[in-house]
Design a binder for this molecule. Structure first.
Ligand code: SF4
Length: 296
């Protein structure tokens, strides 16, 4: 699907976040052309009465002036240089970024304002911005998490239809680490019965280790209202036998707590076997990435 891009300036750039360990987020785009079936943003779109099913990601808002607005916000005397999570509601390196370069411009603004940032992406395009990421790292700190929940080709294609292949993300991770940047892997979301088996988790962790990941974290699938119907319909088409199992296990948005924690503990134990850190502190990595029920 070829998205329509709507160039619409914004009035504010930073969003205040409640209930997360970071207080600010920044999204240069609204909507995401990667169109993952499990995307939790579908639930926000449904609540706002925008397309959250098959048409999700067909129309992307481009905040053409976001870097200028951000610069003005960060220059206010009251700004305390708190961590900014970039791209929490979209992928900051979705295809539009190749043309508009808004994420890149925002990173440069953050560096000038000595404000730390964290990014989560499924795209290798981030290597284009190694120079500005290094600048930000020197000025305040930055971390980059590559979302790689699986290396299985069928599962990737079925659930992340318009994302670059996981192998490309791993090569990008290697490039960022070689450039001295803090970069790791988010096994998110792990799908019960599809990507949460020890062998599946281990294959991602092994690849993360080989690519030099400085951290990993894992998070099981959430199915908030608005995400649930589309995900389950796609699941039923691809893995019919699993559909009723998911209906049963996901009575609400989350797995029962014990099941969710078991998945996270399994991933943490395997990570330890590979000598990978699940909890290494960082000046530019929010604690949120270590919580079990957060996915980006
Ligand atoms: S890349 Fe992230 S924001 Fe984009 S569709 Fe996938 S889960 Fe949603």
């Amino acid at each position: 699907m070829r998205p329509v891009y709507r160039e619409e300036p914004c009035k504010t750039a930073l969003n205040r976040v409640e209930g997360m360990p970071f207080r600010w987020s920044l999204n240069p785009y609204m909507g995401c052309a990667h169109r993952c079936t499990f995307c939790y943003v579908r639930s926000f779109e449904a609540r706002a009465e925008r397309p959250s099913g098959a048409a999700y990601g067909a129309s992307i808002r481009v905040k053409t002036n976001v870097a200028q607005v951000l610069a003005a916000e960060l220059s206010r005397p009251g700004w305390r240089r708190e961590l900014v999570a970039v791209g929490t509601a979209t992928d900051p390196y979705q295809p539009a970024e190749g043309r508009y370069r808004l994420t890149r411009a925002c990173l440069a603004v953050l560096a000038r304002a000595r404000t730390p940032a964290s990014l989560v992406t499924r795209s290798p395009m981030v290597v284009r911005d190694i120079d500005v990421l290094q600048e930000l790292d020197r000025a305040a700190g930055v971390s980059v998490a590559f979302s790689i929940p699986t290396l299985d080709e069928r599962l990737w294609k079925a659930t992340e239809p318009d994302t670059p292949p996981p192998t490309q993300r791993l090569r990008a991770l290697e490039r960022l680490r070689a450039a001295g940047l803090d970069a790791g892997v988010a096994l998110a979301p792990l799908l019960p019965g599809l990507s949460d088996a020890p062998s599946s988790i281990a294959s991602v962790l092994r690849a993360a280790k080989e690519a030099g990941a400085s951290f990993v974290w894992a998070s099981p699938l959430r199915l908030p209202p608005g995400t649930r119907p589309y995900f389950l319909s796609q699941l039923a088409g691809e893995w019919p036998a699993l559909a009723s199992i998911y209906e049963h296990r996901y009575r609400g948005a989350n797995l029962p707590r014990a099941q969710a924690e078991a998945i996270v503990r399994r991933a943490a134990a395997l990570a330890a076997e590979f000598g990978l850190s699940c909890d290494r502190p960082s000046r530019a990595r929010p604690e949120a990435v270590q919580l079990p029920l957060w996915e980006g």
